[in-house]
Design a protein around this ligand. Structure first.
Ligand code: SAM
Length: 354
C-alpha cells in the first residue's frame, strides 16, 4: 500500500477524532480508501468505524454497507444454503481419509475448506480476492483449524508445487457460476490436475453439466411489446440474450423435460463446444425461451442441481434465454435448441423444429 494512502488515513483520522459523528465519518474515510483500490486497508478502517460506532446505528450501517461491497454478493447466500452445505459436507466426508492433503480452488470465505479439515484432511486453498481470502483466514482461526488449513491469496494458476507439502490427494472446488462457465472452471481444473495433484487424484465434483428445458417466464426483460400505440419493434434486438431467474419463482414454467447440454467429467471424457438438443413440449403451450441451470455431481450419491421449483431457495439460479419469437406448441412438438459455449459465454438459439 502506498505511503500516500497511509498518510491520508492518519491525517483524516486525526482530524475526525473527538469531533461529532466520528464513527460515521470514519466509515466515510473507509469508502475513500476503498475507492483507492486498497480493499484490505478499507476493511480495516471500516472495522475501526464499526467498533467506534457503539450505539450509533447510522455509523454502523455506513460501515457495514462498505464492508458488504468489498466481497461479491454470492458469499452470504452460499454459506446460508443448507441443502448445498449438507451435500458438500457429506461428499467431503465420504472422499476424505485422515492424513490426506487436499487442494481447493476458490475458497471464498472458507466454508468447504473448513469441512475438509474437519473431515481429517490438511488443506491448501486459495482465492484471487484478497478480502474473502482474509475472511477465510480469520474464520479458520476462529474455528480452531489454523494448523490444518493454509489460505493463499492467489489464483490457482499461480500456485506452485512448492506451495503444497506434497502433490494433493484430492482437488475440490465450487467455482461453477450460474451459467457454469463464469469462473472458467474447466481450464482451471485441468491446470491444477496437470501440475498440483498426485497421479490419479480425484476431483470433487467428479462431473458438472448444464441442463436445458423449454420454458415460460413472464419476466419483463424477455421481449419488447408495442405499447401505447407506438412501434417499438427495433428494441427487440436489444433484449438481453439471457438473464438470471429466481429459482423459486412460482411464475416460471418448465414445459419440457430437461436435457443435458454439456457434461464435463473430470475423470474422463467431456463434451465441448456446440450441440443441438431436441426438446419436446409436454403439453399444448406457448414457450418463450430456454431455461438452463447447473448440475454438480459431487459423487455418485451427492448431486446439487439448480432446477427451478416454486418456493425453492438455493444459492445458484437458473437462467432464462428468451426466444426472439415465442413458439406455440402442441404436446409432443419438438424444438431443436442449439447451445454453445465460448469461454465464459453461453448462447442458445432455436435451431429448428421437429
Ligand atoms: C462461488 S465462490 C465459492 C466459494 C467457496 N468455495 C464456497 O463454496 O463457499 C468461487 C470463488 O472462487 C474464486 N476464484 C475464481 N477463480 C479463481 C482462481 N483462478 N483461483 C483462485 N480462486 C478463484 C472466486 O474469487 C470466488 O471467491
Amino acid at each position: 500500500m502506498s505511503d500516500d494512502i497511509e498518510q491520508m488515513i492518519t491525517t483524516f483520522r486525526a482530524g475526525l477524532r473527538g469531533k461529532p459523528n466520528y464513527a460515521y465519518n470514519l466509515a466515510g474515510l473507509a469508502e475513500v480508501v476503498a475507492h483507492k483500490k486498497v480493499p484490505l486497508r478499507a476493511l480495516e478502517v471500516a472495522r475501526e468505524a464499526l467498533a467506534a460506532a457503539g450505539d450509533d446505528p447510522r455509523a454502523a450501517t455506513r460501515a457495514r454497507r462498505l464492508m458488504a461491497g468489498l466481497i461479491p454478493g454470492y458469499h452470504v447466500p452460499m454459506m446460508n444454503d443448507a441443502r448445498r452445505n449438507e451435500t458438500w459436507d457429506r461428499a467431503l466426508r465420504r472422499a476424505i481419509r485422515p492424513g490426506m492433503h487436499v487442494l481447493e480452488i476458490g475458497t471464498g470465505a472458507g466454508m468447504l475448506a473448513l469441512m475438509a479439515a474437519r473431515a481429517g484432511a490438511t488443506v491448501t486453498t486459495c482465492d484471487t480476492q484478497p478480502v474473502v481470502a482474509q475472511l477465510a483466514r480469520e474464520l479458520v482461526v476462529r474455528n480452531g483449524l489454523a494448523e490444518r488449513i493454509t489460505v493463499l491469496t492467489r489464483s490457482s494458476r499461480e500456485l506452485q508445487p512448492a506451495d503444497l507439502p506434497r502433490p494433493a490427494d484430492l482437488l475440490f472446488c465450487d467455482i461453477f457460476g450460474d451459467n457454469l462457465f463464469d469462473f472458467e472452471p474447466l481450464p482451471l481444473i485441468a491446470d491444477a490436475q496437470a501440475r498440483l495433484l498426485a497421479s490419479g487424484a480425484p476431483v470433487l465434483p467428479r462431473a458438472v453439466s448444464l441442463q436445458v428445458a423449454l420454458g415460460w417466464s413472464p419476466d419483463l426483460r424477455n421481449t419488447v411489446r408495442d405499447t401505447c400505440g407506438f412501434d417499438l419493434s427495433p428494441m427487440r434486438d436489444f433484449v438481453s440474450a439471457a438473464h438470471i431467474l429466481r429459482i423459486g419463482d412460482p411464475d416460471i414454467r418448465l414445459l419440457s423435460q430437461p436435457q443435458q447440454a454439456f457434461r464435463f467429467d473430470f475423470t474422463g471424457s467431456s463434451q465441448r463446444g456446440e450441440i443441438e438438443l431436441g426438446l419436446q413440449a409436454e403439453q399444448d403451450c406457448e414457450v418463450n425461451g430456454a431455461i438452463y441451470w447447473i448440475k454438480l455431481e459431487l459423487d455418485d450419491e451427492n448431486v446439487l442441481e439448480a432446477r427451478p421449483e416454486p418456493g425453492l431457495r438455493f444459492f445458484s439460479s437458473p437462467s432464462f434465454a428468451p426466444f426472439a419469437v415465442p413458439q406455440t406448441l402442441k404436446a409432443g412438438d419438438a424444438v431443436r435448441i442449439g447451445v454453445a459455449h465460448r469461454g465464459k459465454v453461453l448462447e442458445t438459439w432455436i435451431a429448428g423444429h421437429g
